[in-house]
Design a protein around this ligand. Structure first.
Ligand code: F6R
Length: 614
């Protein structure tokens, strides 16, 4: 979704901003632009399409200066076009800004401002903000105060960054609610600003996160943070460790392929340091701040998330209910926030989010917090809003995930949820020492098992070749692997644009069975888990109707081999961990189908990496 980059310092801002925007390309966008103050005047370059388009524009018509802002836009109001691309310039030509989020009352503001004489040059909601700032500048002449006044009119969530040619010594930024983050990077004699850390980490690791309802005033020398009423606020500088090189594709054609292969490492990192071998294989999750008393008092856990993260949550429900015997409900975040859920102080709201910035998930967390729940989160991006507002968190340890389709950030939280279930079971006394040791020993096998799934990529690729022309695909799973069916279908549809549906296998006979014919492959997740026998009968039902069955099955399962048309083999995995191994061939299948169809795997159409609008 939209990305923001800003720079002030001794260097030429243009290449710094372009490089920053490049680092944010993975978020998904449809147009890009930048504004630089050159010789006291604001110069804008912007266009629809990829960043390379903007780079060519800058090459043909160079701009340079020591202060500037840039933006990649994911259209919400107004089609993707050069005039709707950010930055947006005010009528005086002195103010320019970029914006993430949605101005919910923009129609009303647009009418009001038009009546005052404002002329709009775009169809965006964002343009009202620049006119509002100008309205207040014309009366009190100070950018920070004008910005504060303008913000008081906006409904919705926003990240806004602006500069003025009349005050070329500063960048003014604001964060209202959860429309993505605003981070300030403190350099040596220079300052950076961005919506996301990857844009600036090559310049500095000293980061300040702006909270909601705060304004940042960034100059070459430093940073002031103000509340909306103008009070100065103290802030903390965090030191962030992250390796920009890991955001390169290396030997792989796409980030998604690289990230699928990184799962052995990410699972290892997820486990490492979290098992206390000297203390009877107990689990350590210190950032959760969980006491035995609180663990025993929990009556219910709501897991809330969106998309792939919600599928991880569904596996988590089975794990926590089975191991720790706590009732768990899984709620899609966009539903939870509006359905008046029954929550009290013995409820935990556990959010799962790769980015930690998904607007719906953050809103669900806020709703849970308002009603008195304890907030936990499982998050990949360190320092993200979800992590910051939680009472306790587990960090995924996956490293940056760049491909829009989530892969390693799906399997890591499965392991986090498994460890959480063990810890809760331990503290609540539902797990004896021997069972705990067995669960932990199983966990240690996992990275190797994942590696053995990856070793079979060539077979998956061969099958992908046979499937590249299909139009529809049904995925069936049951029990702990029902979410695997959902996730396999989501992976296929989002990157290959093939219609795919995930279904609880037992529901097939209640409707979807009508769809089955030779044209509709049925992917059946049937490892040796407690639902195996049941899955076997689903395969027979599909075969009896002429369906082409692709089974995900455990090595050596001759019965499945005899009945299915194709088998994607996985090594024998303890059933509570089986969703980790069964999903890997499905990730690879979706990847190879999309890659063989020649599609933009890492940035599928219409999708964004972190969805910061409602
Ligand atoms: C699909 C995918 C999305 C995300 C969803 C939530 O591959 O990546 O469905 O899982 O948008 O994002 P996060 O985890 O950042 O909250």
């Amino acid at each position: 979704m939209c990305g923001i980059v800003g720079y002030i310092g001794p260097r030429d801002a243009t290449p710094v901003i372009l490089a920053g925007l490049k680092r944010l390309e993975y978020r998904g966008y449809d147009s890009a632009g930048l504004a630089i103050i050159e010789d006291g005047r604001i110069k804008i370059r912007r266009d629809v399409g990829k960043l390379s388009q903007l780079e060519s524009l800058v090459e043909e018509s160079p701009v340079s200066g020591n202060i500037g802002i840039g933006h990649t836009r994911w259209a919400t109001h107004g089609e993707p076009s050069a005039r709707n691309a950010h930055p947006h310039l005010g009528m005086t030509g002195d103010i320019v800004l970029v914006h993430n989020g949605i101005v919910e009352n923009y129609m009303e503001l647009r009418e009001e401002l038009s009546a005052e004489g404002a002329v709009f040059n775009s169809e965006t909601d964002s343009e009202v903000i620049v006119h509002l700032v100008e309205r207040y500048l014309s009366t009190n002449g100070n950018l920070v105060d004008a910005a504060r006044n303008a913000l008081s009119h906006l409904r919705g969530a926003h990240g806004i960054v602006m500069i003025s040619s009349k005050e070329p010594d500063k960048i003014v930024a604001a964060r209202i609610g959860n429309a993505g983050g605003v981070v300030v990077g403190m350099g040596e004699g220079e300052m950076h600003i961005a919506s996301d850390m990857p844009a600036i980490l090559e310049h500095t690791r000293k980061i300040v996160f702006l909270e909601s309802q705060q304004i940042a005033v960034v100059t070459r020398q430093g940073l002031d943070i103000l509340a909306l009423d103008g009070r100065t606020i103290d802030y903390q500088v965090s030191s962030v460790s992250w390796d920009p090189v890991s955001a390169e594709k290396g030997e792989f054609k796409h980030f998604m392929e690289k990230e699928i292969h990184e799962q052995v490492r990410s699972l290892t990192e997820t486990i490492s340091g979290r098992i206390d071998f000297r203390n009877g294989h107990s689990i350590r999750l210190p950032e959760l701040n969980l006491t035995q008393k609180f663990a025993q008092d929990i009556r219910k856990i709501f897991i809330t998330a969106c998309g792939t993260a919600a599928h991880a949550g569904m596996v988590g429900k089975v794990l926590i209910e089975h191991i720790a015997r706590i009732p768990v409900e899984v709620d899609i975040a966009s539903e939870f926030r509006y359905r008046d859920p029954i929550v009290d102080e013995n409820t935990v709201l556990l959010a799962v989010s790769q980015s930690g910035e998904t607007a719906d998930t953050l809103a669900a967390m806020e709703e849970g917090q308002r009603k008195g729940a304890t907030l936990w989160s499982i998050v990949n991006v360190i320092g993200s809003q979800a992590m910051r507002i939680s009472d306790g968190y587990i960090s995924m340890q996956s490293g940056p995930e760049i491909g829009v389709a989530s892969t390693k950030a799906y399997t890591a939280p499965l392991v986090d949820l498994y460890m959480l279930a063990i810890l809760l079971g331990d503290l609540r006394g539902t797990l004896d020492r021997k069972s705990r040791q067995k669960l932990v020993d199983d966990l240690r096998l996992l990275p190797d098992l994942a590696g053995r799934c990856l070793d079979r990529e060539a077979e998956v690729e061969r099958l992908a070749r046979e499937l590249i022309h299909v139009n529809h695909c049904l995925y069936l799973g049951r029990g702990i692997n029902m979410p695997t069916a959902y996730e396999g279908a989501l992976k296929l549809k989002e990157i290959s644009y093939i219609h795919a549906e995930g279904y609880p296998a037992g529901e097939m006979k209640h409707g979807p069975i009508a769809l089955i014919d030779r044209e509709m492959p049925v992917v059946v997740i049937a490892p040796r888990d407690p639902w195996y026998e049941k899955m076997f009968s689903q395969i027979e039902q599909a075969k009896a109707r002429g369906g082409v069955v692709i089974a995900v099955a455990t090595d050596g399962d001759q019965t499945i081999a005899d009945i299915a048309d194709h088998v994607l083999w996985v090594p024998h995995t303890p059933w509570l961990l089986s969703p980790v191994t069964t999903v890997i061939p499905l990730q690879m299948l979706a990847y190879h189908i999309a890659a063989q169809r020649g599609l933009d795997v890492d940035q599928p159409r219409n999708l964004a990496k972190s969805v910061t609008v409602e």
